[in-house]
Design a protein around this ligand. Structure first.
Ligand code: 13P
Ligand code: SF4
Length: 319
C-alpha cells in the first residue's frame, strides 16, 4: 500500500486505541475531512465544530483546523485533552487582534457591547460579551440592535461591515481581515458572472463588500454547502477557501463549481484561495500527534473561565 493509505489506516487504528475523535474544518485536506466523517467525528463550520466537541463524550478531541478552533474546544471542555496536528496553525484575524490592544480599544468605548468573531485568541474572547461565528453573527447583532445596544465589533472588518449594512446596527469596527478572502476581486467576479449567466454565486462574508454585493447566497461554510446542495442551479461560483469544494462536490454530485477570481498569481496574492494555516494539517502530523500525544492545546484556566461566558451566550442563543 502507498504511504497515504498506510497513514490513513494508522490514524483509524490510533483514533480507536486512544478513544479519540477527529473534528475537522471544511478547509483542511480532503483526506482528513473524509477520515473525520467515516470515524464518527465531524467535519463542519466553526459553530458546529464547537458544539460537536463540547457534546461528544470522548475524552480526547483532535482538532484539524486552526488554533482558535482548538482553543474554543478546550475552553468549552477544560477536562478534555485537545490535540492539534500543528499548534502553529493560526489565522490572520487572530494575529491582527492582539489582546492588549483590543482591551485598550474596549476600555475606550465602555458604552458598547463587545462582540467578537470566533477567529480570535482566548484572551480576546475573555474580554468580549459575545462570541459569534459567521453562521450566526448576523442574527445575534440583529438581536442586540433590537435591544438598542451599540456594538464594538472585532476583528473582521468585512464581516462586520456586512452585518452593519444588513442590520443597521451602530457598529464600531476593528480593522482586521482574512488574508484568503481579502484576495477575492469584485470586478473580475463580475466579468466571470457574465461568462456564466446561469451560475449562482456563493460568498463567505469575510470577503470584501464588492464581492459580497454580487452574491446570491452569503453564509458560513456549512450554509454555502447547503446552498450548493439545495439551490436549483447546476453551476456555482464559489468565493471562499477552495478546500470547501471537496465537500460541495460530494454534497451536490453532478453540479459544477468554479472558484471565484483572486488577484491570481500576481505578487500581491498572499494566499490564492487556500488558507496556509489550514494547509498545515496533514496525514503525517495527524498520525504523529495521535501516536505521541504531543501538541496538546492549553488555555489559562482563568482566561478560559472568562472566555466561556461569551461562547456560551452564542451557543444558548443558537440552541
Ligand atoms: P466558518 O465558521 O464559516 O466555517 O468560517 C471559519 C473560517 O475560518 C472562515 O475563514
Ligand atoms: Fe483565518 Fe482566513 Fe484562514 Fe479562516 S481562511 S482560518 S479566517 S486566515
Amino acid at each position: 500500500a502507498d504511504e497515504r493509505s498506510e497513514l490513513k489506516d494508522k490514524i483509524r487504528r490510533l483514533l480507536k486505541e486512544r478513544e479519540a475523535v477527529l473534528v475537522a474544518h471544511y478547509y483542511v485536506d480532503a483526506d482528513l475531512q473524509d477520515l473525520a466523517e467515516e470515524t464518527g467525528g465531524c467535519v463542519s463550520d466553526s459553530l458546529e465544530m464547537a458544539r460537536f466537541g463540547r457534546d461528544h463524550p470522548a475524552r480526547t478531541l483532535v482538532v484539524a483546523g486552526v488554533r482558535f478552533m482548538g482553543e474554543t474546544a478546550k475552553i468549552l471542555s477544560p477536562q478534555k485533552r485537545i490535540l492539534m496536528p500543528d499548534l502553529d496553525a493560526t489565522c490572520s484575524l487572530d494575529l491582527g487582534c492582539p489582546a492588549d490592544e483590543f482591551a485598550a480599544f474596549c476600555d475606550a468605548h465602555p458604552d458598547r457591547t463587545v462582540v467578537v468573531y470566533a477567529n480570535t485568541s482566548a484572551a480576546v474572547k475573555a474580554r468580549a460579551d459575545w462570541m459569534v461565528t459567521s453562521s450566526i453573527g448576523l442574527d445575534i447583532v440583529a438581536h442586540l440592535h433590537a435591544q438598542g445596544k451599540k456594538i464594538l465589533w472585532a476583528p473582521d472588518r468585512h464581516l462586520g461591515g456586512y452585518i452593519q449594512k444588513k442590520t443597521g446596527a451602530d457598529m464600531l469596527l476593528w480593522q482586521g481581515s482574512c488574508l484568503v478572502h481579502d484576495e477575492f476581486k469584485g470586478v473580475e467576479l463580475d466579468l466571470l458572472k457574465a461568462d456564466y449567466p446561469d451560475a449562482k454565486v456563493l460568498v463567505h462574508p469575510e470577503s470584501p463588500a464588492n464581492v459580497v454585493a454580487l452574491a446570491d447566497v452569503v453564509g458560513s461554510t456549512t450554509q454555502l454547502i447547503n446552498a450548493a446542495q439545495t439551490m436549483d442551479a447546476t453551476t456555482f461560483i464559489v468565493a471562499t477557501d477552495n478546500g470547501i469544494l471537496h465537500k460541495m462536490r460530494i454534497a451536490a454530485p453532478g453540479k459544477h463549481f468554479i472558484e471565484a477570481p483572486t488577484a491570481g498569481n500576481s505578487a500581491t496574492c498572499k494566499s490564492c484561495a487556500h488558507c496556509p494555516w489550514m494547509a498545515m494539517n496533514g496525514l503525517r502530523n495527524l498520525a504523529a500527534v495521535l501516536e505521541n500525544g504531543n501538541n496538546e492545546v492549553f488555555v489559562d484556566p482563568e482566561i478560559g473561565k472568562l472566555a466561556v461566558r461569551s461562547i456560551d451566550r452564542m451557543l444558548d442563543f443558537a440552541a
